[in-house]
Design a binder for this molecule. Structure first.
Ligand SMILES: Nc1ncnc2c1ncn2[C@@H]1O[C@H](COP(=O)(O)OP(=O)(O)OP(=O)(O)O)[C@@H](O)[C@H]1O
Ligand SMILES: [Mg+2]
Length: 237
């Protein structure tokens, strides 16, 4: 899915937290969005997902305004994802169930994605009893099961061990390449942006300070704010 953001402004109680003039996301690419706490990353993601309304501006999805049909083609995974109090299998199968997909196809699809995320051993476990990393994998499997055209991920690997991060990154890239999904991922992990993103957007105080090819933004940032942010992130990681 192609996304075009035009003059999006978001205000809370009169205070502007987001002001993005022009941003285009092309089909099949992985975009990383980096920036300090409170810079508006999650707000931008929620507005694209249709979960928050912008105060001003518009977003076009494949040249169309947001609709129920488009909402069904995208998926958003929040910073604090929520799992239903039932088995892992049923959690992952849920998006197919509400779309009326038959049981046999659902079973095969859930099995396949559980294998991909190496969580097939957890299928009968209560999802609310999983560890943080296991939960994150289940949430991602559930987000990907219905082949969305747009995937919006808010810090999908925060608090996760390096092996699991590697698995999640590999799976995200694999699915992106196989299915040509557009992916927009918020991350505090600059290394992760470098590993998996085609392009990176640096947001500060709600505005886009710099954007471009990952290698350019991360290795040769033009803006002094970006340079400062990246050098701090490197020192701390
Ligand atoms: N519902 C709300 N009411 C008032 N202010 C809000 C609301 N939601 C977000 N904000 C403010 O908007 C700003 C941007 O928040 P946002 O969650 O988008 O930041 P972020 O870049 O995702 O930060 P983090 O890296 O900490 O997740 C913050 O200053 C936040 O306090
Ligand atoms: Mg956030």
């Amino acid at each position: 899915m192609d996304i075009r953001i035009k003059d999006i402004v978001k205000k809370y109680d009169g205070k502007t937290v987001l002001n993005v003039e022009n941003l285009c996301l092309s089909k099949g690419k992985i975009y990383g969005i980096i920036g300090p706490n409170g810079s508006g990353k999650s707000t931008l993601l929620k507005i694209i997902a249709g979960l928050e309304e912008s105060t001003k501006g518009k977003i076009l999805y494949n040249n169309q305004m947001l609709s129920k049909v488009i909402m069904k083609k995208m998926t958003y995974v929040s910073q604090n994802p929520y799992l239903f109090r039932t088995t892992v299998f049923k959690n992952i199968a849920y998006p197919l169930k509400i779309r009326g997909i038959d049981k046999e196809f659902t079973y095969k699809s859930v099995k396949k994605i559980m294998e991909e995320f190496e969580i097939d051993n957890l299928q009968n476990q209560l999802a609310t009893s999983l560890s943080g990393g296991e939960s994150q994998k289940v949430v991602l499997a559930r987000a990907l099961i219905f082949n969305p055209q747009l995937l919006l991920l808010d810090e999908p690997t925060a608090n996760i061990d390096p092996n699991t991060i590697e698995l999640i990154e590999r799976t995200i890239v694999k699915i992106n390449r196989e299915k040509n999904i557009t992916i927009f991922i918020v991350t505090h992990n600059v290394g992760q942006a470098r590993r998996i993103c085609d392009e990176v957007i640096f947001l500060k105080n709600g505005t886009v300070i710099e954007q471009g090819k990952t290698e350019d933004v991360i290795l040769k940032p033009k803006n002094s704010e970006t340079k400062k942010f990246l050098s701090l992130e490197y020192h701390m990681s």
